[in-house]
Design a protein around this ligand. Structure first.
Ligand SMILES: *Cc1c(COP(=O)(O)O)cnc(C)c1O
Length: 450
């Protein structure tokens, strides 16, 4: 092919196919894609191949445009059985939370406007009253996520001062959240207390100096320390803090408002217990066991929350209006005592085994594929490590399970499964019931392909 046989950009833009690309993608981007394609063709040109005609060049440009613009953040079906799957967006939202976000996104809102007085209002007021009513906390502050909540607390309360933490709690949560690194960012000096497996109250007592401004407890969200271990109880640490007038903050991580022990799981410390124990501050995520949008929630002592609120960093980590709308709607479910029926992650935790078995049976019988086996689902999201819930799975036998799983991922929407012993495993627990039909139709297509 001779390079001068390639059609010119101007010539291509006159073509009928180019006009439809411009209608779909706009002129500037279409021109860019055509140029990019011509560049590729020039650099890969071969003498023994004919130059592509205008139509072919524009077809390739269309693929380029699609690859640039097709969304990458898209819904998937989570069939992994991991309820709070951080890679898959943690908590799915309740119907009311979704509606609240969508209603609010359409137009203007009272985000920072006081309707009664016709004056500027406060963004923080929206979920704060609900949070306080629900937990009996004195005050509440919502930020962008729990990492931001901890960073804000450390910065506002202990910058250039000392923070005590047990060596057994120098945790790393997935996604690069490491207590010592957050501490460094905040400018607070980390004072490690005790040993990896055993820390005693007197270790804390001895570590206290005039520079100590905070004691931090961090929940072992995603691991267990077993064997010869000990840590001071929350009550002991709180009492120690009181004696020395040092605030004690509890980073709870998952922030359960309901008792997980009611569902055959280990007891995850609840927000209410933590507040009752007397922590000055309790911090947790909005999108773990709370089952709401990504957010960091700080509850506790009013004077301390006010200090955090006024700190310049609070402005940098403030939540957006859609998050606040969804969070408030999620909190209302708890207040109305309907969380188990309305919040997807709690529905998933509470669903009876027989219902899961029946759903897996329907998947199997309508697709005539695989077998039903018993298995375990997990909570995930750095909550309740090692704790599982009994479930029923559809197990698809496959000589190349990786290939089958990849095929499921290429569906619309993608189905994310797990692989166990030459089987692709689908757990109905984490598949929203309204996704069953979509899942079945995709499984049928695959069964038809063999
Ligand atoms: C998950 C977790 C965090 C981080 O929370 P994000 O909301 O993801 O920022 C911090 N601390 C603990 C103990 C956690 O479990």
């Amino acid at each position: 092919m001779r390079l001068r046989d390639l059609p010119s950009v101007d010539h291509l833009l006159q073509h009928k196919a180019a006009l439809s690309l411009i209608a779909l993608f706009g002129r500037p981007l279409t021109v860019q894609a055509i140029r990019e394609n011509l560049d590729i063709l020039r650099s890969t040109a071969h003498y023994d191949q004919p130059a592509p005609n205008a139509e072919q060049v524009l077809n390739q440009a269309e693929s380029i445009l699609n690859s640039w613009l097709s969304p990458t953040l898209i819904p998937v079906i989570n069939a992994t059985g991991v309820i709070i799957h951080t890679n898959l967006g943690r908590a799915p939202l309740s119907h009311a939370s979704r509606k609240a976000m969508s209603d609010l996104s359409v137009g203007y809102s009272t985000l920072e406007y006081d309707i009664e007085r016709g004056k500027r209002g406060k963004r923080e007021t929206h979920p704060a009253a609900l949070l306080c009513r629900l937990t009996n906390a004195e005050a509440a502050l919502v930020v962008n996520n729990n990492a931001a909540a901890i960073l804000l607390a450390l910065t506002a309360l202990a910058k250039r001062k000392e923070v005590l933490i047990s060596r057994s709690q120098l945790i790393e949560i997935g996604g690069g959240f490491r207590i010592p690194e957050v501490m460094r960012q905040s400018g607070a000096k980390l004072v490690e207390v005790g040993t990896t497996n055993r820390t005693h109250l007197h270790d804390f007592e001895q570590a206290i100096s005039p520079r100590t401004k905070l004691i931090l407890c961090a929940h072992h969200s995603n691991f267990k320390i077993v064997g010869y271990t000990s840590e001071p109880s929350p009550a002991e640490l709180v009492a120690l803090g009181r004696r020395h007038t040092i605030p004690v903050i509890n980073d709870l991580g998952s922030g359960a408002l309901l008792d997980t022990a009611a569902f055959g799981l280990a007891h995850e410390p609840t927000v209410q217990e933590s507040l009752r124990a007397g922590f000055s501050l309790v911090a947790f995520s909005g999108d773990k066991l709370l089952g709401g949008p990504q957010a960091g929630i700080l509850l506790g002592n009013k004077a301390i929350i006010d200090r955090l609120r006024r700190h310049p960093l609070a402005r940098a980590v403030r939540p957006d209006k859609l998050c606040l709308a969804a969070l408030a709607a999620t909190l209302r479910h708890y207040l109305k005592d309907e969380a188990l029926q309305t919040i997807p992650i709690w529905q998933m935790i509470a669903v009876p085994e027989e219902i899961l078995k029946a759903r897996a049976e329907v998947w199997r019988s309508t697709t005539c594929h695989g077998e039903i086996v018993s298995g375990r689902s997990t909570i995930g999201g750095g909550s309740l490590p090692d704790e599982t819930l009994p479930t029923w799975l559809l197990a698809l036998p496959a000589s190349h399970p990786n290939a089958l799983a990849a095929q499921l991922r290429r569906g619309h929407p993608p189905i994310i499964a797990r692989i166990e012993k030459k089987h692709v495993i689908l757990d109905p627990r984490t598949v929203l019931p309204e996704q069953d039909e979509l899942l079945i139709s995709q499984l049928k297509k695959m069964a038809a392909l063999g």
